[in-house]
Design a protein around this ligand. Structure first.
Ligand code: NDP
Length: 447
């Protein structure tokens, strides 16, 4: 019988890779994980975590302003970008250590360096070759920037956390999660933000009412959103960057962020040479159990281009670990995956948009509500909250929940449990609200 150095070799120390390595090792498997950068991947280092910290930072600007309505008198607030950057860096460094501690604690062998598959059961890292029964590719994704003239002058989301100097004027290109979140963050921190989106709406794939409502709230907050607009050329000038948009529009800014999607990180891993099938975007093609076209090679998370979300990568990793080291084979159900966009205000959503629900279920009933949150009756803010439920008429099941408003992600997370459990509108209606909250609106919608 062939013997291997390890039972599982994981390439990539981000959310999916670390989860798989740690849990497999805890179940007694001999596991190695190779990572060439800091542990934690995109989420910890240049994604979800620092983004959310910066989103909190931006939120203080609104809070300082609103506090006057509650009787507070404070001096002119001053934002120090250098302090935020260095405090974020310290926290991320701490988290890198936490990840290392988790792997060490579970007995995972951490190998620093670039790993390349040499054959279905071996990996080359530097001078050394390691063998394993199973390989897991969890190398995530990276930002994609289209081929625009002057592309060398733009930055991607990875660079936004350490920009130097702070961009007083920022152009954000794209209308997806990352573009909307950074537009909100930098607007809150004090930049003049212009956001350019190539089609007629932000946030493709979200409920149409949510897309429109969010755009109007972001505009109210001061972001200059230009829809049906594209960048044709970028040039560097002594006073900053100049972007030419269609129809002769010119924009002068200090920095340009391209947030135009992310592509799987599959280059240089030896996948093609091994015969691992890749899709048109370069993502690893996997079956329902995350097995690639080479039976010993698995892939989870953004590298296999399903839903590009940290919790999805974690869940996929657990499916692989269960199948290989314990509980047996099962299949992940992607229906009712909740998600949030940390714009100001936040979006929280779970299930089907109204249009998707009409396509899938036919007859649906829609309940929606728009209001000023209690907090803003005194704060003076004009911010509004939007909530929507989509119900399948035949079964009465709530199949879509959508919110734009403060803490939408926190609120929708709880409702996602009920939706996965198959809660009907009657169950929502029979649930007692928590008063006074915005969330209670979801159990009191009658029209
Ligand atoms: P998205 O796919 O969400 O959005 C990409 C945007 O770029 C779209 O508006 C798209 O326009 C536009 N675009 C694409 N190609 C071009 C082009 N050639 N020229 C101009 N515009 C273009 O990608 P993101 O980069 O924002 O984020 C990647 C993924 O990361 C997200 O989909 C999400 O899954 C994940 N993520 C999740 C977060 C969260 O959970 N809060 C936060 C950040 C990221 P169009 O609409 O016309 O296609």
């Amino acid at each position: 019988m062939q013997t291997f150095d390890f039972d599982l070799f994981v390439i990539g120390g981000g959310s999916g890779g670390v989860r798989a390595a740690r849990m497999a090792a805890q179940r007694g498997a001999r596991v190695a994980l190779a990572e060439c950068a800091e542990l934690g991947g995109t989420c910890v280092n240049v994604g979800c975590i620092p983004k959310k910290l910066y989103s909190y930072a931006a939120g203080y600007a609104e809070s300082f302003e609103e506090s006057a309505g509650y009787g507070w008198k404070i001096g002119e607030p001053h934002f120090d970008w250098a302090t935020l950057k260095s405090r974020r860096a310290d926290e991320i460094h701490r988290l890198n250590g936490v990840y290392r501690g988790l792997l060490d604690g579970a007995g995972v062998t951490l190998i620093q360096g670039w790993a390349q598959l040499a054959d279905p059961h071996s990996v080359q890292v530097g001078e050394k070759r390691h063998t394993a029964k199973h390989m897991l590719i969890a190398t995530g994704g990276m930002p994609f920037v289209p081929d625009v003239a002057g592309r060398e002058h733009v930055v991607v989301s990875d660079a936004m956390f350490d920009l130097d100097p702070f961009p007083k004027r920022l152009l954000v290109v794209g209308g997806g999660y990352i573009a909307c979140e950074f537009a909100s963050i930098f607007n809150g921190l004090g930049s003049e933000v212009i956001q350019v989106q190539r089609n007629a709406h932000l946030l493709n794939g979200f409920d149409d009412d949510v897309r429109q409502f969010l755009a109007s709230e972001m505009r109210r907050a001061g972001i200059d959103i230009r829809l049906n607009s594209e960048v044709e050329m970028i040039t560097r000038r002594p006073e900053g960057l100049c972007a030419m948009l269609g129809r002769g529009q010119r924009v002068d800014v200090d920095a340009i962020l391209y947030a135009t999607g992310r592509v799987p990180n599959t280059q240089g891993l030896g996948l093609e040479a091994l015969g691992v099938k890749l899709d048109a975007r370069g993502g690893v093609v996997v079956d329902a159990h995350y097995r690639s076209s080479v039976p010993s090679v698995f892939a989870v998370g953004d590298v296999s281009t399903r839903q590009q979300l940290t919790p999805v990568a974690l869940a996929e990793a657990m499916v692989v670990v269960d199948a290989l080291f314990g509980k047996g084979q099962r299949q992940l159900d992607y229906e009712f995956t909740p998600t949030a966009v940390f714009t100001h205000p936040n979006i929280g959503t779970c299930g089907y948009t109204e249009a998707q629900a009409r396509d899938k279920f036919g007859d649906v009933t829609v309940f929606s509500s728009e209001f000023r949150a209690l907090r803003h009756t005194l704060s003076g803010s004009k911010e509004r909250t939007f909530m929507k439920l989509v119900v399948d008429k035949a079964s009465d099941r709530v199949v879509g929940i959508h919110m734009v408003g403060a803490d939408a992600g926190e609120i929708v997370q709880g409702f996602a449990v009920a939706m996965r459990a198959g809660a009907t509108k009657a169950v929502f209606d029979s649930t007692i609200g928590i008063h006074p909250t915005a969330a209670e609106e979801f159990v009191t919608m009658r029209a």
